[in-house]
Design a protein. Structure first.
Length: 355
């Protein structure tokens, strides 16, 4: 379910040196392989290439077979193993002895058309200035940037990550915040977000302009909407925050990662907005010792939505789930009058490394 090779649903191809075989199989709690009595995988084609062997096969999302994995919305942990030499039978395959790996994917995705970008589109990169990633497991890095003086209102219509080559496994997530308009200026800062040297005023930079997490691709706004930034009544100061996850404690890694904004001066019909729901980072979120599972719930109450949202309501066109390293399942639910009415987004196989 999360990349384990035990109790796994498998499509297998093996050779005994003379003939090749394909089938639907499963592994037990000891990693022993068994041919499934209900064959649900269908081989459509196979070909050899200089870089390896290509297989094309298919299977229904739901097979009603207790030995098969139910393919749902959200994250799917695909496992793979490669045999180094022929074997005389499926049962002769020792899972612990083969070269194996894991790839997280979304097998079920919405069919969304990428909108055409306007001819007057411009880009802006907000990136870390060639910093040295601290040699510790977790670092939140803050960097202050600013828009040009008198920067007029624009609409952000797309954004994408800019990740320094070789650091893909270290950059866990990134956000660009706009600072509060009530302050005329913000001090420059480039350093750890939890440093005592960080100016307190940076805590007033909390309006999200863009957010990216490991596994995400470029984000496009719908053709009728864009995220407003710049113009009267807004701050020209921006804060980039990068979470580096460095479990192997690499030393001396330099990084210039960040986010590239695509924006236009031709304003669209609607101003889009970003609404963050969940829990703040406090000791109250601590999981007691010895727990196999622990449920944390954050609420955005009707008092909050009545103040923040227009009377006619809002149209949700995108949603992203996010947790830190302990997260295993996440769901966002719309409730009304004390009852859950609609699931906005859910991932029962969630991974913090694929958001």
């Amino acid at each position: 379910d999360r990349g384990e090779f035990e109790n796994a649903d498998l499509a297998v191809l093996w050779s005994d040196g003379r003939n090749s075989y394909f089938g639907d199989a499963w592994s037990d709690a000891k990693g022993q392989l068994h041919m499934d009595s209900q064959q649900d995988y269908q081989l459509l084609g196979a070909r050899r290439a200089p870089e390896g062997l290509y297989l094309l096969f298919r299977r229904a999302f739901s097979t009603c077979d207790p030995k098969d994995y139910l393919i749902e919305d959200g994250t799917v942990h695909l496992i793979y193993g490669i045999l180094e030499k022929p074997v005389h039978s499926l049962q002769a395959i020792n899972i612990s002895a083969i070269h194996r790996g894991l790839q997280r994917v979304q097998l079920l995705k919405p069919n969304i058309t990428v909108p055409e970008l306007p001819s007057d589109m411009k880009t802006m990169e907000i990136t870390a200035p060639d910093i040295v990633i601290p040699s510790q497991e977790t670092t939140y890095w803050c960097y202050m940037a600013k828009l040009a003086e008198g920067f007029p209102k624009h609409h952000i219509i797309m954004y994408e990550p800019v990740i320094t080559a070789g650091n893909e496994a270290l950059v866990h997530h990134m956000e660009v915040f706009q600072c509060a308009a009530e302050f005329d200026s913000f001090p420059h800062y480039n350093g750890p977000c939890d440093s005592k040297m960080k100016p307190d005023r940076l805590n007033y930079c909390r309006h999200v302009l863009a957010a990216w997490a490991m596994g995400a691709q470029a984000f496009y706004y719908p053709e009728e909407a864009g995220l407003a930034f710049g113009g009267p009544g807004t701050s020209r100061y921006l804060r980039l925050e990068i979470h580096y996850h460095n479990p192997l404690v690499f030393k001396g890694r330099r990084d210039s990662s960040g986010i590239r904004l695509y924006y236009t001066a031709t304003l669209r019909r609607y101003d889009a907005g970003i609404m963050e729901l969940g829990l703040v980072y406090t000791p109250v979120m601590a999981i007691p010792p010895g727990e196999d599972a622990f449920l944390l719930t954050g609420y955005c109450t009707d008092k909050c939505t009545q103040l923040a949202l227009p009377a006619a309501g809002i149209r949700i066109f995108a949603s992203q789930l996010h947790t830190h390293l302990a997260g295993r399942k996440v769901v966002t639910v719309l409730s009304r009058d004390g009852r859950e009415r609609q699931v906005v987004n859910a991932d029962g196989h969630y991974s913090p490394h694929f958001q």
